[in-house]
Design a protein around this ligand. Structure first.
Ligand SMILES: [Zn+2]
Length: 124
């Protein structure tokens, strides 16, 4: 005889019936899923939007001048660039740390200047 007690993921009531049951009814299932979607995915979506916007600003700045571009930091901020969001960093042999938003990266230079670069391959 099986007596393993399972509880509803939403309201914590003891579940009866099938062993794979996770909720007592559709109401509990729906409110659980709604919470997941609004909180977690909303947060992820917001950050993804910021990163995509950052990437677009880097892309727009670079496309005019090809491989590298210098731009004043305040110009990037005027376009809506958010410096605290990036996907990864890369430190070169000289010890300069580049911040990347996907394949576009930037290096903070002296004063107000930012150097923008584009990487062609992953893993570097
Ligand atoms: Zn429930």
């Amino acid at each position: 005889m099986e007596t393993n007690e399972k509880k509803c993921n939403e309201c914590n009531k003891t579940l009866k019936g099938r062993a794979d049951k996770k909720f007592c009814d559709d109401l509990c299932r729906n409110s659980y899923n709604n919470k997941l979607n609004s909180d977690t995915n909303g947060y992820v979506r917001n950050i993804n939007n910021i990163l995509r916007k950052n990437r677009r600003i880097l892309e727009e700045t670079l496309s005019a001048t090809e491989e590298m571009a210098k731009i004043p930091r305040h110009k990037m901020m005027e376009k809506g660039f958010q410096f605290k969001y990036f996907t990864h960093t890369y430190t070169n042999k000289k010890g300069n740390m580049y911040y990347f938003c996907y394949e576009y990266g930037y290096l903070l230079l002296e004063g107000d200047w930012v150097l923008i670069v584009k990487r062609k391959e992953l893993g570097v």
